[in-house]
Write a protein that binds this ligand. Structure first.
Ligand code: ATP
Ligand code: MG
Length: 230
């Protein structure tokens, strides 16, 4: 899927990510790290919303280092930002309607799939998205992204501000979606405990640098917390 070589990225002249090299295959690839570690910067760079300052980025063997963000959905990449990821004045149903580009299945079928994954949204289909709870809003944002039939889903802290019950529901839906669709997921998170339950591999960022990258099976919680205390 993604192949990242010596990636440098940031804002203007400032580099946040200094020299990242890793690849993401068909897996749930988690990116953990404290506030300001560079998780959002990395996901924005993968979504092509930030230019690369150095290095290269390829997707399924094709160089996308200079691809514009608008080309990424057609390349199979969907991005769910950390904030402001739904249209607050539109209803749940309307948000989903403008989310999906039509492929083999009709839009109505795709919306029903999202409702099957997140029954909570079905009950609130007529409600303005801005009046949903935090967790329901995240479900809607993930649902909208799934309407694109992506091959890679970039999720930026979907559990932020959610109660444990919502985090459980959201994470089991993410795991289920991956099982059903064989979707590759890059998941930026603060919630290390929950993330370890579903991730295949975990990268921990610390001040823009890779602190570690390991399969979940070879990782202890103490390895992760070390990166949060720098
Ligand atoms: N638009 C911006 N302009 C300049 N600097 C920025 C901008 N956005 C983020 N930064 C800086 O880049 C660094 C990394 O921020 P980033 O948002 O990637 O962290 P994060 O790991 O996603 O943190 P959080 O867990 O709080 O979301 C921070 O030092 C931040 O201040
Ligand atoms: Mg962030």
């Amino acid at each position: 899927m993604f192949d990242v070589q010596s990636l440098r990225s940031g804002y203007g002249e400032m580099s946040v990510l200094k020299d990242l090299t890793f690849s993401v295959s068909d897996e749930i690839f988690a990116v953990l790290g404290a506030n300001g570690a560079g998780k959002t910067t990395l996901l924005k760079t993968l979504a092509r919303l930030l230019p690369l300052q150095a290095g290269s980025l390829s997707l399924n063997g094709a160089d996308v280092s200079r691809s514009p963000a608008y080309a990424m959905p057609d390349a199979g990449v969907a991005y769910v930002p950390q904030e402001e990821n739904v249209f607050p004045d539109l209803s749940v149903q309307e948000n989903l309607s403008i989310g999906g580009r039509t492929g083999h299945r009709t839009k109505a079928e795709k919306i029903e799939e999202v409702f099957a994954l997140f029954p909570r949204l079905k009950e609130r289909r007529g409600q303005a998205a801005g009046s949903l709870s935090g967790g329901e809003g995240q479900m809607l944002a993930v649902g909208r992204a799934l309407m694109q039939d992506p091959k890679v889903l970039l999720l930026d802290e979907p559990s932020a501000g959610l109660s444990p019950l919502f985090v459980d529901a959201l994470f089991s839906s993410i795991a289920e979606t991956r099982k059903e669709r064989g979707l590759t997921i890059v998941l930026a998170e603060q919630n290390a405990v929950k993330t370890l339950e579903i991730a295949d591999r975990v990268m921990v960022l610390s001040l823009g640098e890779m602190h570690l990258l390991r399969p979940r099976s070879e990782l202890q919680m103490s390895d992760i917390t070390a990166a949060y205390h720098i």
